[in-house]
Design a protein around this ligand. Structure first.
Ligand code: NZQ
Ligand code: ZN
Length: 381
């Protein structure tokens, strides 16, 4: 087991009707800016619940944080927040609204442009306090300090370290209104978060491995149930809790991580606007195939414990495990090949060029260079 330090201060408030608890969590007298996406919360009643819970507060609303939150939008929110002298932020939406609001929280206390904060590469710890009401299980943003911010002008997308929310409210009933494509992307995202922290090195931690396998098996079990009925409270609660547990720091304790699938996926989103979870469903199987040698031990363990694969040579079992993974993503209704999304060699060359120019390499052995990325994307064609 590797050394680690774990600290996660987020108060998780889970269950039916829990949005009503908002006024217990936000200090009385706060000037609250509530941030939203494009309007799904109006249609599903979340907006009304939030407004009712905050009826005794001074509130300002900022609408329009888009999927893959753009710094261009964040700048307007920061202007409004500074003008209104807000001292508490409440993000109501999916990972994009939460991530965008994490950057707003830092930018409100800074004179710098938000994009300079993104590029600063230092954790943004001086922030206005932030709470969240999550409406889409996927990113884990509700219980971590990450944010991923895009810049439309230059088609760039980077992850940053920001601050944790003070609290997050998760009512599984709010997920009943999700479009099936967003559910598929959310399940794929959660699955790949676990894989990035699990398919690396064997024998580092039995307990972390079992936690990871527990989440993966929960997802494979509930995915078909959700496709049949996405209004089943207990199934959606398991989905929501799985997504939170997959990226709140718990399953990474003491183990080696990868994250190359995410880095490559971010480029596909930046260049083509492809939804985050969908990019991962395309990149992960190819990434596992190209790097199956360094991941062999963990792929065998994964195949056996998650998919029950215990027949054949190691090579056959590894390929079967990767095939099962790709089939799982397809069973969600996602495509798993670049050509199916009209993406080809031109994009592959651009991503290779970007990684070479930035002189970066990802993965548990820093082996995912620009050149290896090209191999992975060609295997995903
Ligand atoms: O904008 P509205 O109208 O609210 O609609 C949203 C949006 O169009 C809709 N939606 C959300 N909840 C809904 C709903 N529609 C109906 N009913 C509901 N209950 O879903 C659409 C997508 O929302 P978005 O927030 O973009 O999705 P997601 O939660 O997947 O977030 C994606 C962003 O998070 C980043 C991604 O890169 C991407 O930018 N990530 C953040 C991470 C983190 N902070 O730790 C880690 C992840 O790996 C990821 O990179
Ligand atoms: Zn992700």
């Amino acid at each position: 087991m590797n050394n680690f330090i774990f600290q996660n201060p987020v108060k998780l408030i889970m269950g039916k009707g829990m949005i009503g608890h908002l006024s217990r969590e936000i200090p009385a007298g706060s000037r609250v800016m509530i941030t939203f996406g494009g309007g799904s919360v109006r249609a599903n009643g979340v907006y009304d619940q939030v407004k009712e819970a905050l009826k005794d507060y001074y509130t300002v609303e900022f609408w329009g944080i888009e999927p893959n939150p753009a710094v261009e939008t964040i700048r307007s929110a920061v202007e409004l927040g500074k003008r209104e002298k807000v001292d508490f932020l409440l993000a109501v939406g999916g990972g994009s609204v939460l991530d965008g609001t994490k950057l707003i929280a830092a930018a409100l206390l800074s004179d710098k442009d938000p994009w300079d904060l993104v590029l600063s590469r230092t954790p943004l710890t001086a922030t206005v306090p932030l709470g969240t009401v999550l409406t889409l299980p996927a990113t884990g943003s509700e219980m971590n300090r990450n944010a991923v911010i895009s810049r439309k002008e230059t088609q760039e997308k980077y992850g940053i370290t920001a601050n944790f929310p003070e609290f997050s409210i998760l009512d599984p009933e709010v997920t009943f209104s999700l479009p099936s494509y967003q559910i598929a992307c959310g399940i794929a995202d959660t699955f790949v978060h676990v894989m990035e922290q699990y398919i690396t090195v064997t024998g580092e931690s039995r307990i972390a491995d079992r936690w990871a396998e527990g989440i993966l098996r929960t997802l494979t079990e509930i995915a078909p149930l959700i496709r049949e009925d996405q209004s089943n409270y207990d199934t959606m609660a398991d989905f929501m809790f799985s997504a939170t547990m997959a990226l709140n720091g718990i399953i990474r304790m003491g183990v080696t991580e990868d994250w190359s699938t995410h880095q490559i996926g971010h480029e596909l989103t930046a260049l083509h606007g492809l939804t985050h979870g969908h990019t991962l469903a395309i990149v992960l199987p190819a990434n596992l195939r190209v790097r199956s040698e360094i991941k062999a031990g963990k792929l065998l363990q994964y195949g056996e414990r998650v998919w029950g694969i215990n027949q054949g040579t190691p090579e056959e079992r590894i390929e079967a495990a990767i095939e099962k993974t790709e089939e799982f993503f397809r069973s969600l209704g996602l495509t798993t090949r670049l050509h199916e999304e009209g993406i080809g060699q031109e994009t592959i060359a651009e991503i290779e060029r970007r990684f070479n120019e930035r002189k970066i390499a990802f993965g548990e052995q820093n082996d995912v260079t620009g050149e290896v990325t090209r191999k992975i994307l060609e295997a995903a064609l």
